[in-house]
Design a protein around this ligand. Structure first.
Ligand code: FES
Length: 170
């Protein structure tokens, strides 16, 4: 089943699409409001912005920032850009995937098959491209909190702390 919100897709689009706004700005507003861009908003967005559904879908999938399902309780955003890559981000990504049993960017595909999707789990892995911490790479965010010079060991500690917070919210 497609992820949805309590707000009808048409109402969500009406709430955020204003004349003169770019599609990217509207998508940001929708995701800021409900946490993701529900797939059912593609058609009303296309109508409101005078675009084809394929164009809207293309923009949503092109930008790594936009997700089409709610974020996992623990969302790890790992920088995969150049400076971080040169400091071992890809090896770190492999470690994170094997540690969590999830795959990076499953949220973009929304396959919901339990193999990489966070739909049935607590962790979601997302690639991002530069967090402004290039001198302190590899960098990542966990639930919006920035972490620099992350090693596999440091990640394991950060993950354990984040999981604990989810299990026992403050
Ligand atoms: S390249 Fe990773 S923080 Fe800039």
């Amino acid at each position: 089943m497609e992820p949805s919100t309590a707000i009808a897709p048409d109402d969500l689009v009406q709430r955020h699409a204003r004349p003169g706004m770019s599609l990217v700005a509207v998508l940001h507003a929708i995701q800021d409001d409900v946490g993701f861009v529900p797939p059912a908003t593609v058609a009303p967005l296309a109508r409101a912005m005078n675009l084809s559904r394929a164009e809207v879908h293309g923009v949503i999938t092109y930008y790594h920032h936009f997700r089409q399902q709610p974020a996992a309780p623990v969302t790890v955003q790992l920088c995969r850009a150049e400076a971080c890559r040169s400091m071992g981000t890809e090896a770190l990504a492999k470690h994170i995937e094997s540690r969590t049993g999830c795959q990076f960017d499953a949220h973009k595909h929304g396959n919901g098959n339990g193999n990489g999707s966070h739909e049935h789990g607590a962790v979601g892995l997302e690639s991002v491209y530069c967090l402004g911490q290039c001198a302190l790479s590899p960098a990542m965010m966990i639930n919006g909190e920035l972490h620099a010079k992350v090693t596999p060991q440091k990640f394991d500690m950060l993950l354990a702390a984040a999981m604990k917070q989810v299990e026992q919210p403050a």
